[in-house]
Design a binder for this molecule. Structure first.
Ligand code: NZQ
Ligand code: ZN
Length: 392
């Protein structure tokens, strides 16, 4: 088992009606003015935003608001938010929404608390020294940003989707009422479930074998999410399944399933980020579209791990030949993706990838040939291009 740090400072307030406590939770933070940040309309339509405003009013908290965050959140709105926060003297940001809203809030937090261009952090030019504290009212189980240290922003100039991680941005609190996710379209629910699973799978597929407890947590989490996702395709109002998925979303990306794994692989996330930047696909769907091709490409680098996954997660009967067992596990996962309406290749998302686009995606993903991705097998630019080709 590798050495690790585990740091989860986010206060989780979980369950029915918990959004009513938002004002109180913000008050505990001792701030003077709040930016309420939200997306493109779902929180207005559901009445959640009004309930949050009411809760802040009752707690006598002053606030301004900024909506309009879109999936794959844009840098231009982050700049707008920074300007607003500076003008209004905002010292706390409340994100009401999903990963995109939370990530946009974190970026605004960095941009307001540091001099210079906030994109520098995402372009890996320098490190942030501070971040305005962020709180969350979660409306979709997916990205895990409510407890994570990362944020992912898309720069419209060049359509670069880039992530930045720092402990500074871990949310102070996360209000998690599974009922709030019942209004999600089935596609978003399924895409969220894939993302949750991928946050564990990225950590699970590594070169380290000695971590029985972490493996057990990961394998159970994956089985629970698959079971719940299938229930939710039939019964979107099933509270227990919503709750399982919501809690799994946070545990999958707060570091727990990475304890002792030495960091994980993360190649599929890097591959998806380029697809998200170029085609604006839903993050989880993009992950599902590349996963099978990635798995088949890297499997030989650590067959035992793929066999363990096939047997313990996908319920495959072990065969004599490890390769056969491992391949069966990959097929079973793809069968699950299809069962919940997720793609297993890029074409399934309505995109016909051209060779020219593949070359550009691989160029960008390898940071123009300056880095490799993945750890189970290090992938160079030509490997990345081949995986996109296989995922066509
Ligand atoms: O904008 P609104 O109108 O709210 O609609 C959203 C959006 O269209 C809708 N939605 C959210 N809650 C809803 C709802 N619709 C009905 N009822 C509700 N209760 O769902 C759509 C997707 O929302 P979004 O926030 O984009 O989803 P998600 O949480 O999957 O976030 C995706 C973003 O997070 C990044 C992804 O790359 C992507 O940009 N990630 C962030 C991570 C992190 N910060 O730790 C890690 C992840 O790996 C991921 O990369
Ligand atoms: Zn993700």
């Amino acid at each position: 088992m590798e050495n690790f740090n585990y740091y989860t400072p986010t206060k989780v307030v979980f369950g029915k009606g918990t959004e009513e406590k938002t004002g109180e939770l913000v008050r505990e933070q001792g701030c003077t003015k709040v930016l309420v940040h939200y997306g493109s309309g779902s929180v207005k339509k559901s009445g959640l935003l009004d309930r949050i405003f009411r809760s802040l009013d009752e707690a006598e908290i002053a606030y301004v608001s900024l909506g309009g965050v879109v999936p794959n959140p844009r840098l231009s709105l982050v700049y707008e938010g920074i300007e607003l926060c500076r003008r209004e003297g905002v010292d706390f940001i409340l994100a009401v929404g999903g990963g995109s809203v939370i990530d946009s809030a974190k970026a605004i937090g960095y941009g307001t608390a540091n001099e210079g261009d906030v994109w520098d952090f995402y372009a890996r030019k320098r490190q942030a020294e501070a971040c305005i504290p962020v709180g969350v009212v979660l409306t979709i189980s997916a990205a895990g940003s409510e407890m994570s240290d990362s944020s992912v922003i898309t720069n419209e100039e060049g359509w670069l989707k880039r992530g930045y991680s720092s402990e500074l941005s871990r949310p102070k609190f996360a209000v998690m009422n599974p009922e709030l996710t019942m209004t999600l379209p089935a596609y978003q629910t399924a895409s969220g479930c894939v993302d949750i699973m991928m946050h564990t799978m990225e950590r699970y597929f590594n070169q380290n074998d000695n971590m029985e407890l972490t493996d057990g947590i990961s394998e159970h989490l994956l089985r629970t999410v698959m079971k719940s996702a299938k229930i939710l395709m039939e019964e979107p109002d099933n509270y227990s399944a919503r709750a399982e998925v919501m809690w799994a979303g946070s545990l999958s990306h707060n570091g727990l399933t990475g304890c002792g794994t030495g960091g994980g692989d993360w190649a599929c996330h890097q591959l998806e980020h380029e697809l998200g930047g170029m085609f604006d696909v839903a993050h989880g769907a993009g992950l599902a579209a590349v996963w099978g091709s990635w798995a088949r490409y890297v499997m030989d680098a650590h067959p035992k791990r793929f066999v363990q996954f096939a047997v313990n997660v996908m319920g495959v009967q072990p065969r004599e030949d490890d390769t056969v067992t491992a391949l069966k596990g990959i097929e079973e996962m793809e069968k699950f993706y299809r069962a919940v309406g997720m793609p297993v290749c890029v074409k399934d998302m309505g995109i016909e990838l051209t060779e020219e686009q593949i070359v550009i995606l691989a160029r960008k993903c390898s940071f123009f040939g300056s880095r490799t991705i993945g750890c189970i097998k290090k992938l160079e630019e030509q490997d990345i291009a081949q995986i996109y080709r296989d995922a066509r």
